[in-house]
Design a protein around this ligand. Sequence first.
Ligand code: ZN
Length: 431
Amino acid sequence: MAFEKELIIRNVKYFSTAGKVEEGNIFIRNDKISRITPPAKLENMNGDNVIDGRGKFAVAGLVNAHTHASMTLLRSYSDDKALMDWLNKDIWPIEGKMKREDIYWGAALAAVEMIRGGTTTFMDMYGPNMEEVAKVVEESGMRGVLCRGIIGIFDGEEKLQTNVDLYKNFNGAANGRITVMFGPHAIYTCPPDFLKKIAEVAGSLGAEIHMHMNETLDEINDCMKNYGKRPFEVVAETGLLELGFLAAHCVHLSDNEIEIMRKKNVRVAHNPGSNLKLASGISPVTKMLRKNICVGLGTDGASSNNNLDMLEEIRLAALISKVEQMSPLVIPADTALKMGTEEGAKAVGLKNVGRLEAGYKADITLWDMSGAEWQPNYNPVSLLVYSANSSSADTVIVDGKILMKNRELKTLDEEKIIHEFNACANRLTGK
Ligand SMILES: [Zn+2]
């Protein structure tokens, strides 16, 4: 019989699938939650494999549905500029200089920040050397959905091939913790014929697609000028939407585009922090939710946010939609929390991730409720979404393995990572 490892979180309050706060004992066997039992007499149970859950709030691990992890290297390098100016003049020239080691240490720092903030899964799109991000996923113990960001206006074929290689080498790797998608960057960097080519190649492998969509008004206007249609209308004719499609941003959408998204089961990564900072606009999330479109949340890269704090995105998602609709009733706390967990997992194409339920993957964050901002404790969901900050993340478990316990990282050497990361950042920017 195979060796089976059991981990027990006893006497813990948890966010249940029904969206309620319940209390019980969570049993983890190998990589999955095996059962959740009612609060019973486990007070005296102790041992290496037992976590005392009293004073903690267990929630499925947060899912960052859109980021560019190694962009941490450019955090605070260039702020307060228009998107295209910022990309063309400041970001892309430095990104062009990034070497293999930069991608590795950039993603490693991102992993430290994400685990410390209670995030267990991230969806990453970046340039060359994505296998270094895969290495960070393997070593950190996190779950990662990776794609090569393909800018098709030059060397498109070569970049597409690196995405194929990434898929062949890493899809399903690290005990299934790594999934690979294809990442056409955006409509303004990939002409329709090239998008068709990506659809053919990804489709032949059975891979899904991740792409920036409808982020700014300039993007829509250029698309109308070049193709006489809006971005989703152009992409709908390339075959990409048939493959399983995760669209980042979706800020400016026509009713026809929302209808296309509904029909094709397009999933959305909403990035409220980045949309606010770049003044892209406010995504019509409530409208999409009314059409049953799956909406998860992402931080976007650390240089347009500027952190990888998913709890902040959850709060912003609730607040930004309330003001967009001029109604405090929309996106209540439990809906926002589900967007950061269960809906995020669905958005990035993961099955059996994002819920605390028997049979689901054991990806769990325990939030410490002892701080002043958690008092009085009438409603842990409300406290987590509207009051707590991400440093309340106390213990993080992915695939049944503990990545952080009592704020101590178990898989990554934080001090070394910060040191190597800063050496890379300074070399890149000459600072
Ligand atoms: Zn992005």
